[in-house]
Design a protein around this ligand. Structure first.
Ligand code: PLP
Length: 463
């Protein structure tokens, strides 16, 4: 049989590598400019997105058309998160070796579902699991699943909790389902992240059943207000509040929960990494006494997207909760799909491994402590410039306010429009605040000073 012309042209692309070279050149142009360009896209760049709004193509085009369009109209409409002056939400930049490893592994196109499908990815998953246990001082029996982000990691940790709590009462959730199952209690703080609530709804607990615990002015659970715990309870704690960066009192709460045989899950999307920094480690004291943890690579650690990790000290619970079976399965040492909800996945472990391998313990410490120092610098300089600092600076978050909600909002909009830096808004104790998250390895002291200048300019304009 003859090759089709489509197949011929794709084979020739593979051989001649023109689009790969082209895409690589465009990517390098992007890297050359992204640190100095405006942080948010210009109006013109947003306007140009209309070029993508076309009918589904009827015939095949030259592959360079897609690559050219992405370069010409896509790249200017990106947000310059990679650089040092993006402080929105709690997003991260990407460590160069992570980008390079991801780029290389793109051509491998691996699927870590099973060891036999990708020995390299499965091996790296097993190794990074070991490294993380050591880094965070977690129990040796802990296992890790490599998922898309903390939303999914929270879901997995809570699914493991659900499995274990019901199993203790002779109820196999996988066989019998949730209808008529014994009640599970959910205890969490009033500042729990929205993705915790999403996981609770997805798992069929129902948000109305949550026993909410009051928090202090930094968003931390007040331990004295915890209800009586028992072995039917899941306690959900937080390492890093998205607004204040604060940490729950893990030691006190975990000890109480351990005594009652309750399950503790910690949402540590960005804050868990404080546990890997000598000068910040005290914030996470006692977190190793929890049962499951969720953390992102793509936030504080600055791996490329998407990279989340669920860790669980109860292997049987996590693997059973995410169970998967089929006659075609080859059960090797570590088949990734038993540790995640998906079967096929992107081999995101490759970049995560590369970043950990490159930084080592000292590099992680230095990079993340640097983010903390820039955060303190931000707070000091903004305070000197007349802004009110709402939170205690414990990690990498600063919330600021200027006189009224209206003025604060106006300043935020001006700053965003300036292209000098980008920070978003939040609401704290009824006030509309501006939230700054220092989450990029690339943020220098000069970036902070330059960004503070943008805030001052915006304030003078708004006043
Ligand atoms: C970002 C975040 C999440 C969600 O993580 P994704 O990686 O975006 O899915 C959950 N909890 C906290 C505290 C977060 O900061």
């Amino acid at each position: 049989m003859e090759n089709s012309s489509l197949q011929e042209s794709m084979l020739s692309e593979m051989k001649e590598q023109r689009i790969f070279t082209k895409a690589q050149e465009y990517a390098m142009q992007y890297l050359d400019t992204v640190f100095n360009r405006n942080v948010s896209p210009t109006d013109e760049a947003l306007e140009n997105l209309k070029h993508f709004d076309e009918d589904m193509p009827i015939t095949t085009s030259n592959p360079s058309v897609a690559i050219d369009m992405l370069h010409q109209y896509g790249s200017p409409a990106t947000v310059a998160q990679l650089g040092g002056r993006y402080f929105g939400f709690v997003n991260g930049s990407a460590v160069p070796v992570g980008l390079a490893a991801k780029n290389l592994a793109t051509y491998w196109d691996q699927n870590p579902a099973m060891h036999v499908i990708s020995p390299i990815a499965s091996t790296l998953e097993a190794i990074v699991e070991k490294w993380l246990i050591e880094l965070f001082d977690f129990p040796k029996r802990t296992i890790a699943g490599f998922v898309s982000g903390t939303s999914t990691a929270n879901f997995c940790g809570l699914a493991a909790a659900r499995y274990r709590i019901l199993k203790r009462q002779d109820w196999d959730i996988n066989e019998r389902g949730l209808f008529n199952a014994p009640q599970i209690r959910i205890v969490t703080g009033k500042q729990a992240h929205s993705t915790i609530l999403k996981a609770i709804s997805l798992l069929g607990f129902g948000k109305n059943t949550i026993e909410w615990v009051d928090v202090d002015n930094q968003g931390r659970i007040i331990p004295e207000l915890l209800p009586e715990l028992d072995n039917k309870t899941i306690v959900i704690l937080q390492a890093g509040n998205v607004n204040t960066g604060s940490f729950d009192a893990f030691e006190t709460i975990c000890e109480k929960a351990n005594k009652a045989n309750a399950w503790v899950h910690i949402d540590g999307a960005f804050g868990l990494w404080a546990g890997a920094v000598k000068a910040l480690k005290h914030h996470t004291k006692g977190m190793e006494k929890a049962n499951s943890w969720a953390v992102d690579g793509h936030k504080t650690l600055n791996t490329p997207y998407d990279s989340g990790i669920v860790l669980c000290e109860d292997k049987e619970a996590l693997v059973s909760a995410l169970h998967m079976s089929g006659s075609y399965l080859v059960i090797a040492d570590r088949d990734g799909m038993f540790y995640t909800p998906e079967m096929s996945r992107r081999a995101r472990i490759i970049e995560l491994w590369a970043v950990l391998k490159y930084l080592g313990k000292s590099g992680i410490d230095e990079m993340i402590y640097g983010m903390h120092q820039r955060t303190q610098q931000f707070a000091t300089e903004l305070n000197t410039a007349g802004f009110e600092i709402i939170n205690a600076i414990v990690f990498n978050q600063v919330m600021i306010y200027y006189k009224t909600d209206k003025l604060t909002q106006k300043i935020m909009e001006e700053v965003q429009k300036s292209g000098e830096c980008w920070a978003g808004g939040s609401v704290w104790e009824g006030k509309k605040t501006i939230r700054i998250s220092v989450c990029s390895w690339a943020t220098t002291p000069e970036d902070v000073t330059r960004s503070v200048a943008a805030f001052v300019k915006a304030k003078n304009k708004a006043n």
